[in-house]
Design a protein around this ligand. Structure first.
Ligand code: SF4
Ligand code: SF4
Length: 345
């Protein structure tokens, strides 16, 4: 990732008017952890607010660097906050701000200030050890002592590197079974309707059936294939998405030469045979568009099993019927075959 200095925030703002032709409706601040760069945010946000008073500001943070100054700043600029936190599975990911009393207190204060009007929620990744969305929501309800807490899902774990392929991103058949059952059951109990990521997936799936929406009208899961979405760093480099950097293969060029930008680092789902034959395409959106090979195959399988759980849950909720099996020309991506060898003593 290209390193930037605090002063780069000023040059970014100067360059912005050379390439941004229309006022944006939404501006998101990402990191790594964006609050590590609070001095840059303190330059960017007031000026962006002055130039684009109608734009919504959003930030995804792990909530570990909050201070009263940052809370005041968030309130002043009405920044919509997503706290990326895996609830009971957070210890597998890193430090838990809820375990640190001063940090927990700031997080709760932020929740109490932002919760009106849905300006804050907690968002988790489903992993083999943390795959029950209803249990995740209950965990946050208890931590915040608030039934109205909004939890969502970043989705099911993707395998973006060899480390996750070696363990945390790989599920056993039993773990997939637990995931599907937990997700489907959450629709029966109604818990899924309190979790925007599940509720919205089910709703758009039902709407697509009702309206007969063709798959050709569907974009990619994260929306970064859309021509009106762009990810840039403070050097005005255009990136495949906010999770990538400009120095490796995901730098697409300079925003100052926007007409030359081509999203040629990724594969749209329409060009993957498995997606075009997938019964949960509408629920998945093609997984991560820049993954290939085994990383894509594993991420696809995780999405597929999650999607089956959502599909089953939607049918249970809407029709009172359980998903038994799916027939048709389903083509799954080839995955590495693993043969376990157990050494005998
Ligand atoms: S589950 Fe796999 S095959 Fe189906 S849409 Fe998602 S990425 Fe494509
Ligand atoms: S391209 Fe992949 S990593 Fe980037 S935002 Fe989309 S899904 Fe996430």
């Amino acid at each position: 990732m290209a390193m930037t200095k605090t002063a780069d925030a000023h040059s970014f703002l100067q360059d912005l008017e050379k390439w941004l032709k229309e006022p944006p409706s939404r501006i998101e601040f990402w990191g790594g952890e964006p609050l590590l760069y609070f001095r840059k945010l303190a330059i960017l946000v007031p000026e962006l607010d002055r130039r684009f008073p109608d734009a919504e500001f959003c930030m995804v943070t792990n909530g570990s660097l909050l201070t009263q100054e940052i809370l005041d700043f968030i309130a002043r600029y009405d920044i919509c906050i997503t706290v990326s936190h895996d609830g009971p599975g957070q210890h597998l990911r890193g430090e838990d701000p809820f375990d640190n009393p001063p940090r927990a207190s700031l997080l709760k204060a932020l929740w109490n200030e932002r919760k009106t009007g849905e300006r804050m929620w907690f968002s988790s990744v489903l992993t083999p050890g943390n795959s029950d969305p209803a249990a995740l929501r209950r965990w946050f309800v208890e931590k915040l002592n608030d039934e109205s807490v909004v939890t969502s899902l970043e989705g099911v774990v993707a395998t973006h590197d060899d480390q996750s392929l070696a363990g945390p991103g790989v599920w056993s058949p039993e773990q997939y079974g637990s995931l599907k059952n937990a997700v489907a059951s959450s629709f029966e109990t109604g818990e899924a309707l309190l979790i925007p990521a599940l509720r919205d997936k089910a709703r758009s799936f039902m709407e697509s059936l009702l309206m007969g929406t063709p798959s050709s009208s569907m974009g990619q899961k994260c929306g970064m294939d859309r021509s009106d979405h762009v990810a840039v760093d403070l050097h005005s480099n255009v990136l495949t998405c906010h999770n990538t950097g400009a120095n490796a293969q995901h730098g697409l060029g300079s925003a100052l030469a926007m007409d030359d930008i081509r999203l040629d680092t990724s594969t749209h789902w329409a060009y993957r045979e498995c997606c075009s034959h997938c019964p949960v395409l509408q629920l998945c959106g093609g997984s991560c568009m820049y993954l290939e090979g085994e990383q894509f195959a594993q991420s696809c399988e995780n999405e597929y099993q999650f999607g089956l759980g959502v599909l089953d849950g939607t049918l249970r909720r809407a029709l009172g019927l359980k998903l038994e099996s799916i027939e048709g020309d389903i083509r799954r991506p080839a995955r590495r075959k693993v043969i376990s060898i157990v050494a005998q003593a």
